[in-house]
Ligand binder design. Structure first.
Ligand SMILES: Cc1cc2nc3c(=O)[nH]c(=O)nc-3n(C[C@H](O)[C@H](O)[C@H](O)COP(=O)(O)O)c2cc1C
Length: 195
């Protein structure tokens, strides 16, 4: 099934929204004002203890190619056997969309709030960002990829070892029609306790 995200009503949007693929993304991306709006919506997530255990790093314009050079050299160090095509792909990771946002979980030990709950709040930030961007008419994809888990790539992005990449959110416009994926059958996921 190929269709747009139907933003005509809140319910129809929630029932039809789907991600794009970073592989087939183009511009335009959100303007600085739209990105500000997206962030303001994203931080309205449930957050046990009101810790705001997340932050954002924006990669746009020339910054995308610049970080790509760091990804290239790290990939080369990790995989010296890989050729130029592979290196170019890694260098171009963030060039695939006009705007890429790293949502960073800053979850840390806390006397009352488990880290797991802080991390889940970070996931909620990622998804709420996606909803906000889609509601504004953009297409998105939530990725992580190897750069989210590699300490050298993380350091190049300005992310500390103790922080986690909750998501790399690619924002732009899909160059191809969106395709939905099969969705889970909820009846197989729901049980009635005591039945
Ligand atoms: C934490 C997380 C990390 C993900 N990382 C990737 C990734 O690195 N590459 C990828 O192709 N999809 C990744 N995905 C999957 C896509 O973002 C997305 O779930 C999929 O394209 C379908 O999304 P939709 O249900 O919004 O249509 C990830 C999803 C999550 C929740």
């Amino acid at each position: 099934m190929t269709q747009l995200n139907d933003t005509s009503s809140l319910l129809s949007f929630l029932k039809t929204r789907k991600s794009a693929s970073a592989k087939a993304m183009t511009g335009p991306g959100p303007t600085p004002a739209q990105l500000h709006e997206i962030f303001n919506i994203a931080v309205r997530v449930p957050d046990h203890g009101k810790l705001s255990p997340w932050r954002f790093i924006v990669f746009e314009a020339a910054a995308r190619a610049k970080i790509g050079e760091a990804f290239r050299s790290r990939w080369q160090a990790l995989h010296p056997e890989h050729g130029e095509d592979s290196l170019n792909f890694q260098a171009g990771l963030f060039m695939r969309a006009p705007v890429v946002v790293a949502v960073v979980s800053t979850a840390a030990q806390h006397p009352k709030i488990p880290m797991w709950e802080q991390q889940m709040s970070g996931a909620a930030v990622c998804f709420t960002m996606e909803l906000a961007a889609q509601a504004l008419g953009f297409d998105v994809q939530w990725q992580t990829d190897w750069v989210a888990y590699d300490d050298v790539a993380k350091a190049a992005m300005g992310i500390k070892n103790a922080e986690q990449v909750a998501g790399l959110i690619y924002l732009g416009k899909s160059a191809v029609p969106l395709e939905d994926r099969p969705r889970p059958d909820v009846t197989s996921l729901v049980t009635q306790w005591g039945a």
